[in-house]
Design a protein. Structure first.
Length: 301
């Protein structure tokens, strides 16, 4: 089976609709993202010696740790939309503070504490264990060829407890999707900064939110000019119809490229997982840990 064998009806192999693939990403993404916002995770990084006064000094080593002690160039390639200067600022010194192995251990301890704080007794519930088993089946079915971040996370040993297995599965699946998203951007001819400018142009998030990726005003303006020359944005930076159509294709391609892991569950399994994840998704969102606006465009695209 290829990455996508679906037809015009939006189904993959007659099983899981692409809308369901997108819904599962939207449900699992917050469960993964507690890694970057929970105080328990910041505390683990602080204990290792990292600056936790802002998000980025821990974001980069936590997310890049599965790749090993790699330099800024490889992290820039894998993360794609971040300015190389920003990556270098936080990655070049990261492994002198703690090793990737230490960061991998710290992130599991931090997520364990965060999940127990957010979910309470439900962290050990039968419902969470069932959700973890289903998500793990999908994650283990993911083909990680050509997907460096998904492959690096999939190569790690699975945690022993169900709630951490759920987090690990969510991480593999979100990085699998993210790697595919980069492929879709490349096919669309959108370089790293153009990918952000074009996404902001359709209202996925504010320009200010996207500026957190470290690009200068001059680089942003130059990317906007390149997109304008292609007829993708107007002079004020708003997407043209052609620009909106291109971004729709990027999102559709991303969904198609993310669909294959869910075939191991089929419709019944994915329906059940959606039902199981609902309460945990609400609990994470209700915790107030995650920002109300992100660069992912969830709920807007």
């Amino acid at each position: 089976m290829g990455e996508y064998d679906g037809g015009i009806d939006g189904t993959v192999d007659g099983a899981v609709e692409l809308a369901r693939v997108r819904q599962l990403w939207q449900l699992l993404e917050p469960l993964h993202a507690v890694l970057y916002y929970a105080p328990e995770v910041f505390a683990e990084a602080a204990a290792l010696g990292y600056d936790t006064g802002e998000r980025w000094p821990t974001y980069f080593p936590y997310r890049a740790a599965p790749l090993g002690p790699v330099g800024a160039e490889r992290v820039t390639s894998a993360f794609y939309s971040f300015s190389p200067r920003m990556v270098a600022e936080y990655v070049e010194s990261a492994w002198s503070v703690a090793s990737p192995e230490a960061m991998l251990e710290a992130r599991l301890r931090g997520v364990d504490g965060a999940y127990r704080a957010i979910f309470g007794d439900r962290a050990d519930s039968a419902e969470l264990a069932e959700a973890a088993a289903l998500a793990r089946r999908a994650a283990e079915a993911a083909n990680t060829a050509g997907r460096p971040l998904a492959a690096a996370n999939a190569a790690l040993e699975w945690p022993k407890t169900p709630h951490l297995q759920l987090w690990h599965a969510a991480t593999i699946l979100r990085e699998h999707r993210g790697d595919g998203h980069i492929a879709a951007l490349l096919v669309a001819g959108l370089d790293p900064v153009e990918s952000l400018v074009s996404f902001a142009a359709i209202g996925a998030a504010s320009v200010e939110r996207f500026e957190s990726r470290g690009w200068s005003a001059a680089e942003w303006a130059a990317a906007r000019e390149r997109l304008s020359a292609r007829g993708l944005v107007d002079e004020d930076g708003t997407a043209t119809e052609a620009g909106r159509a291109l971004r729709r294709r990027v999102e559709q391609d991303t969904d198609r490229l993310a669909a294959a892991p869910w075939q191991s569950l089929g419709r019944d399994g994915t329906d059940r997982l959606v039902d199981l994840l609902g309460d945990f998704w609400v609990a994470v969102l209700s915790s107030g840990l995650l920002p109300s606006e992100t660069t992912l465009g969830i709920g807007k695209v």
